[in-house]
Design a protein around this ligand. Structure first.
Ligand code: FAD
Length: 453
């Protein structure tokens, strides 16, 4: 079966890979000149990589790990010490560690929390543990029901001190969803917590050993083409053309640089584009279908990825850090964490700026100036001294609409990720029996593992 896939991000690439495994012929159509979507990366004029997003891989990513295993590239993940590290905004330049011992879950996580007294008092720990009990006992059903609340509302309902929210959940919320705890659905963070409590290495973090474009996307692309599939860059889907019975007749591909439009006919059609794009491209005849109407409730969230190259080392920490700053989310010194970006003498900080709603339209200079001010709190010893570290160059990558905005009530809007039966309403949208619907892979570890692909 020929399957046309629009979108060459990780969802589209993985979809094509598994279609090859199932004996089909995928035709992957990517609008840009680079694969990867939100993991795409580019080289600057000096040969240094910059990326759409700082990406960390967690132990709780079975689908992703399985994919890497099948491609024979699992050793490209550089696993870090099992710990989570937080900045302490009230003590500039200091860090707080959750060291997770190598003992079975959930004991390992519990011990790491009990041993950390910087961020939570004993009373807060006990209250939080009691608050978490329904999630632990009733599991994912309870967690899904909590989609009606923001994380902050949920914490209040459980009688948990609001400080726990500002101290701990601001970091987790921004890292997982690019929004704050007073906005994010409780389901997202509770799902993550549940996974961490269930899996011994669930919260263990790895970094890829180089750029995602070369080290992750390219091997998938090679697998696809070697298996008889096709990959077309600069091939934006322009229109989904329908037959009289509202099934897909063909994908119309926009011709670039004065070229005429083209078309792709297949036995089945997949959208692996972000939800914001498919909403625009939906044929009128499909807009009344409940399945597609639900997509109106989903919208991409803005985020900004920053790269700052300094004239010296700011830290030797080889790990992801949670800044707990209002402006920034997670960051890492990629000269320590990533083999291909390694530099013994100079730091390259990669940082996620979130929430980015108020920054996305600002100039790169303004964004970097604000970031440098924030970095003075994270690295006062290097940036506030008489001879401060010098910023050599920077790159700002803005994504106005990235993963869907995970506010309360969104779970009901997400397409179910299961094969549809021939009698379902969706049967009509393709001219064949098997309908694949691969949508935007929702952000971060838990969603990937539960929903992906
Ligand atoms: C700053 C940042 C940090 C992140 N950090 C993490 C992390 O640490 N861990 C984690 O698990 N996840 C992280 N994520 C999320 C992760 O990157 C995404 O969930 C994942 O890459 C989404 O993949 P996708 O294929 O579903 O969508 P996308 O990557 O958005 O792919 C969609 C593709 O469709 C293409 N497309 C769009 N329009 C058309 C068209 N008309 N025709 C053809 N193609 C089209 C796009 O160019 C793109 O390549 C992060 C994301 C960002 C932005």
């Amino acid at each position: 079966m020929r399957v046309a896939i629009a979108g060459g991000g990780l969802a589209g690439l993985a979809c094509a890979k598994y279609l090859i495994d199932a004996g089909h012929t995928p035709i992957l159509l990517e609008s840009r000149d680079v694969l990867g979507g939100l993991v795409a990366a580019w080289k600057d004029e000096d040969g240094d990589w910059y990326e759409t997003g700082l990406h960390a891989f967690f132990g709780a990513y079975p689908n992703m790990l399985q994919l890497l295993e099948e491609l024979g590239i699992r050793d490209r993940l550089q696993w870090k010490k099992h710990q989570l590290i937080f900045n302490q905004p009230d003590k500039p330049g200091t860090l707080s560690y959750f060291n997770v011992p190598d003992i079975p879950a959930p004991l390992n996580v519990i011990v790491s929390i009990l041993c950390n007294n910087d961020m939570l008092t004993w009373e807060q720990k006990i209250r939080f543990a009691i608050g978490l009990l329904p999630a632990v006992i009733r599991g994912q059903t309870y967690v899904e029901e909590m989609d009606q609340y923001t994380m902050l509302e949920w914490l209040k309902r459980q009688g948990v001190d609001e400080r726990v929210s500002t101290d701990v959940f601001i970091a987790a919320s921004k890292a997982l969803t690019f929004i704050n705890p007073d906005q994010v659905s409780a389901t997202i963070l509770l799902t993550a917590l549940n996974r961490f409590l269930q899996e011994r290495y669930g919260s263990k973090i790895a970094f890829l050993d180089g750029s995602p474009t070369e080290r992750l996307c390219q091997p998938i692309a090679d697998y696809i083409t070697q298996g008889g599939g096709e990959i077309h860059l600069n091939a934006p889907l322009k229109q989904i053309e329908l037959n009289d019975d509202d099934t897909v007749q063909q994908f119309v591909i926009r011709g670039l640089n004065g070229q005429p439009d083209g078309s792709v006919m297949a036995d089945a059609y997949v959208s692996a584009m972000s939800v914001d794009v498919i909403k625009v491209l939906l044929p009128d005849a499909w807009k009344q279908l409940e399945f597609f109407q639900k997509l109106d409730g989903l919208e991409g969230v803005p985020v900004i990825n920053l790269h700052l190259w300094f004239d010296r080392k700011l830290t030797d920490i080889d790990q992801l850090l949670f800044s707990r700053s209002d402006l920034l989310s997670v960051y890492a010194d990629m000269s320590n964490t990533c083999k291909e970006y390694a530099n013994r003498d100079r730091s390259m900080l990669e940082l996620v700026l979130a929430p980015a709603k108020d920054w996305i339209d600002k100039s790169d200079q303004d964004i970097i100036a604000a970031t440098m001010e924030e970095l003075k709190k994270l690295f006062p010893q290097h940036l506030c001294s008489e001879n401060p570290a010098k910023l050599l160059k920077y790159k700002v990558v803005k994504t106005p609409r990235s993963v869907y905005t995970a506010i309360p009530g969104r779970q009901a809007h997400r397409p179910p990720q299961k094969r549809r039966s021939p009698t379902s309403t969706l049967q009509g949208v393709t001219p064949c029996n098997a309908t694949w619907a691969v949508w935007k892979v929702p952000y971060f570890l838990v969603s990937w593992q539960r929903r992906q692909l």
